[in-house]
Design a protein around this ligand. Sequence first.
Ligand code: 0X9
Ligand code: CA
Ligand code: ZN
Length: 435
Amino acid sequence: MLRRTLRLLILVLVLAVPASPAGEEGQVISVSKSAVDPARLARQGFDLLMEKEGRVYIVAGPGDLAALASGRIPYTIEAPGSLAAGGPALSADGGLNGAFHSALELETDIRTLERDFPGLARVVEIGESLEGRKIWALKISDNASMDEGEPAAIFLGCHHAREWISVEVPFLFGKYLLENYGLSQDVRDLVDGSEIWIVPIVNPDGLEYSIHVYRYWRKNRRANADGTYGVDINRNYGYRWGFDNIGSSGNPGSDLYRGTRPFSEPETAAVRDLFTDHDFRAAISFHSYSQAIMYPWGYTTDPAPGDAGLGAIAATMSGLMAAVNGTVYTYGQASRLLYTTNGDTVDWTYGLRGAPSFTIELPPVDIDGGGFFNDEAAIGAIFGENLPAMLYLARYTLDHPLPGRRRVPLRPAWGRDRLGEGLRFVILKAPVRVR
Ligand code: 0X9
Ligand code: CA
Ligand code: ZN
């Protein structure tokens, strides 16, 4: 009893020390990321707002300022209103993550799809994270429970924990295919002729950490040897892994830490194993933000073999996407458009067997548009504009197989219901569940 009271007292004290209810007296300050560990600040109860250009922004009360001062951490008081908001409000009934999916919410929703579309949808466990969460794939095909050896395309989300929108787009694609199978000949042709594999959350541990502890978490939750946490799952794949220290880092504390060896992480190993077990001919890995379509190579600015073909596909996808809502996704070779990376997903999928592979950075275009925070109300529009690109790529790779692979005889062209037309989707989120 005494111990319980003591523990309670300590808890109250700990919670009370950095007293900063983001209330009226809350004031936005920033500290350099080199001076603090943001995840630690979050655990200590600081109300972190955002990261921008190497600084962490905090909604601070007087107690917070004193705590920083006593820790000799220099901070800057930001002019009121000088920043974009920390993110749009999330619907109150959606829990901490609003309309976005947590790991558990996703599992529930893909199981519902499997139940509602038996024969077309199967939930497949492709691996298990470090903290024991399942990594789920939704397989969509005719006779989904059978392995018919059909050509496959894969759509991946949430390598990076804080990029919540990257879960929604591949998930909604799966939902769209299933709900429109009975309505659209084109969807039926695609689903009958191929296997569509959807892995909306490659990094469930990171996502949960981002929801519950620190919104800006990026990596997985590997406990590194030096006491830091996390491997950047998008630097851990095996193609030219660790090629240099610019495109990835050997420092475990870095947000770009590549891990101890290629596929050292269960999350990347799960994708690797799935990929090597099936005839994947196309891949899209969703990230955010910057509104761009990127293709290999990422590790070098030298063009990849087949560069022109990749560029042509990207250009077509970009055009199809712009036609939906007018949102323009720039495109180009990843290393040239953005920066070099090594050990990323699509260098590996392309390097392994030349499957046309793309990283799509979803909106917004920049930090001032909200950065990693997407308005819930925009989820449908972002999905809608990506839909024709996903359909196009899946279909294209059946029509244009790589040398040595069989062409899949589908109807010669998209017919009656043309690409991007007659979209039928409703954003459905299962009721709030216990977290
Ligand atoms: O750095 C990444 O892993 C991706 N960007 S993000 O902001 N979502 O982290 C970009 C990967 C694309 N590849 C290259 N730029 N080489
Ligand atoms: Ca099938
Ligand atoms: Zn990312």
